[in-house]
Design a protein around this ligand. Structure first.
Ligand code: IDP
Ligand code: MG
Length: 149
């Protein structure tokens, strides 16, 4: 089973979309193995987006991610990284197809509601960055044979 990190970024929380977005991941069949709300420190935000440090939008992105509470979620499931990226859609809300989270709820490039890890290796590192080991659970949903069969 694969794990991935999802962030409901501060715009999702401010716009009261957290429940709606969590529902989409649950209904897909992904399993929540970690979930918490926190306001990211500058240090955490910079580590999370370190790959974008040289990009012109970096400072604005760090301000955005630290501007209010974020919901961090660790999800598990078959090809969880790809499953989440598919539900999210493309980076730009305008270019993201309807039916995806960003296609349905975002019109911005920066304020695009969700983060999802882009590889299994990055997912592992990002889950370790956002969660302590004791904040993660390992459990078997009772419907797993129906969802993952
Ligand atoms: P992703 O979230 O779809 O993986 P990335 O290219 O990894 O997109 O960019 C990380 C985040 O940086 C995006 O989700 C978005 O919030 C922001 N971002 C990306 N490109 C731009 C841009 O051109 N202008 C402003 N913000 C951007
Ligand atoms: Mg990315």
């Amino acid at each position: 089973m694969e794990r991935t990190l999802v962030l409901l970024k501060p715009d999702a929380v401010q716009r009261r979309l957290a429940g709606e977005l969590i529902s989409r991941f649950e209904r897909k069949g992904l399993t929540i193995v970690g979930l918490k709300m926190l306001q990211a420190s500058k240090d955490l935000a910079e580590k999370h987006y370190s790959v974008h440090a040289a990009r012109p939008f970096y400072q604005s992105l760090i301000s955005f991610l630290t501007s209010g509470p974020t919901v961090a979620i660790a999800l598990e499931g078959r090809e969880a990284v790809a499953a989440v990226r598919g539900l999210m859609g493309l980076t730009d809300g305008v270019k993201s197809p309807p039916g995806t989270i960003r296609g349905d709820y975002a019109i911005s490039i920066q304020n695009n509601l969700v983060h999802g890890s882009d590889s299994v290796d990055n997912a592992k590192a990002e889950i370790e960055l956002w969660f302590k080991p004791e904040e993660l659970t390992s459990w078997n949903p009772t419907d797993s044979s129906w969802v993952a069969g």
